[in-house]
Design a protein around this ligand. Structure first.
Ligand SMILES: Cc1cc2nc3c(=O)[nH]c(=O)nc-3n(C[C@H](O)[C@H](O)[C@H](O)COP(=O)(O)OP(=O)(O)OC[C@H]3O[C@@H](n4cnc5c(N)ncnc54)[C@H](O)[C@@H]3O)c2cc1C
Length: 419
């Protein structure tokens, strides 16, 4: 008897084809569909799907979540007022900076958030098919992408968006390359039941020690989810010359033992997974005539806090604007990397340099105690690390951070978002 396949088949052609339905793919699809374009999104995974993540939505991300219409929904799950920083003999509560980016954050597990985002893309008019893996790309005579292959299906498209995540398998087919000579991170997350699952502050431990007592260049986090559990994880920075010298899942379990009492954890961490984070635009070849990479595929992750959801959502909106502005037959090869450099160049360049400093084993043990001694310094650090210094800010910290950013960009040995 013939097998009934309940999944709809991809269309033979579409105006815009988006590979990947994480935050980057669903945001790009939503904005393009809202602008009246015909959009098809394909994702290899069956939704709702998990993604290794801390699940944190910073104030910057909440701005995008608001624009997409999910702000109230996320805040109702949990509203987070700032960070409780710990380390080097100090504890400091630092509220999110007030300003253009608003003063609240949230945290939503990715099985829930990405599924909800997918529904937003569908509501906007996109066709979204899950369980469909893109396996090949077909180019025309001028080097433009004319179609993709998904198993036995061929889908012709005018524009291709690569939102296929950190490994970007389809991006690799088109020459997108991730450079690990600049800073990247290895990180692990887990879920744990906690009596403090609805605590409105994120726990952030800056003195992250492994079992042997060695300080690791990174931090441990506890993100309250408000649903009975917290997301507990650790991340360590690395470069090709100074790779992370630690087993992150073991480090996570050690960290969980250390914070068990303060977070009233119940039971052991479960669903422990780890992944790499590309950071700070350390990619080249991220666009061609009618295609562009966005989100993790474009290494759009803040090197200082590992935040990528915001840049995936923002990037999706920026790319949709560009595709609409360029119109049919538009040229993205230079325009897209240039747009990313304009929006994130300075912030990512200085963040990359600061993160690289942290990978030197002697830096953090010296700088950590100095920083944690001062509430003013830590408030400024949180503001810079979360990239919530706005163009309109004129205070000393904002001016110093912007100047450092432009100097870092000029001296950069590995240009960001290289053509
Ligand atoms: C441990 C860890 C903790 C993190 N914590 C945070 C945090 O707290 N806050 C934050 O903002 N960021 C965090 N990040 C970063 C964040 O997870 C990513 O930046 C974000 O998921 C990027 O979204 P994306 O849409 O680009 O990619 P993804 O969410 O990875 O989506 C890519 C999609 O593409 C699909 N795909 C891949 N290949 C194909 C193919 N060939 N065909 C069809 N579909 C395909 C995949 O199935 C997937 O659904 C963390 C990352 C890690 C590893």
């Amino acid at each position: 008897m013939e097998r009934m396949d309940p999944r709809p088949r991809p269309p033979a052609s579409t105006d815009v084809l988006v590979v990947g339905c994480g935050p980057a793919g669903s945001a790009t699809a939503t904005w393009l569909a809202r602008a009246g374009r015909e959009v098809t999104v394909l994702d290899a995974a069956a939704f709702p799907r998990d993604k290794t993540c801390g699940d944190g939505l910073t104030p910057r991300a909440m701005g995008e979540v608001d624009r997409l219409g999910l702000g109230g929904w996320a805040r109702d799950r949990i509203t987070i007022r700032g960070l409780e920083l710990r380390g080097f003999g100090h504890e400091r509560r630092v509220p999110w900076p007030d300003g253009d980016h608003g003063g609240v954050a949230s945290a939503v597990r990715r099985t829930v958030f990405d599924d909800r985002m997918r529904a937003v893309a569908v509501d906007a008019g996109s066709t979204v098919l899950d369980g469909v893996r893109v396996t090949g790309v077909e180019k025309g005579d001028d080097g433009e992408v004319v179609a993709v292959r998904a198993g036995g299906d061929r889908i012709a498209c005018q524009t291709l968006v690569l939102a296929d995540g950190v490994r970007s398998p389809v991006g690799r087919m088109l020459g997108r390359t991730w450079h690990r000579d600049t800073v990247y991170a290895v990180a692990a997350r887990s879920y744990v039941r906690s009596a403090r699952h609805d605590h409105p502050w994120i726990g952030s431990d800056l003195e992250l020690r492994d079992e042997a007592g060695t300080i690791q260049p990174g931090y441990g986090w506890v993100f309250p989810l408000g649903d009975g559990e917290v997301n507990l994880g650790v991340g360590a920075l690395a470069t090709a010359t100074r790779p992370a010298n630690v087993a992150v899942k073991d480090l996570l379990r050690h960290y969980a033992r250390n914070v068990r009492g303060s977070w009233a954890l119940e039971g052991d961490p479960h669903a422990v997974t780890s992944a790499l984070l590309p950071m700070g635009g350390a990619v080249s070849g991220l666009a061609g005539r009618n295609w562009a990479a966005v989100g993790d595929a474009a290494a759009c992750v803040n090197p200082l806090n590992g935040e990528g959801i915001d840049y995936a959502l923002e990037g999706g909106r920026l790319l949709a604007d560009l595709v609409v502005a360029e119109g049919p037959g538009g040229e993205l090869t230079r325009a897209w990397p240039e747009m990313l450099r304009r929006n994130y160049g300075e912030a990512f360049a200085i963040a990359r340099d600061a993160a690289r400093l942290l990978t030197y084993p002697r830096f953090l043990p010296l700088a950590g105690p100095v920083g944690m001694r001062s509430q003013t310094l830590m408030s400024a650090a949180v503001r810079c690390m979360s990239n919530t210094v706005s163009e309109s800010d004129r205070d000393l910290v904002a001016r110093a951070w912007r100047t450092a950013g432009s100097v870092a960009r000029r001296l950069d040995r590995r240009p960001l978002f290289a053509d």
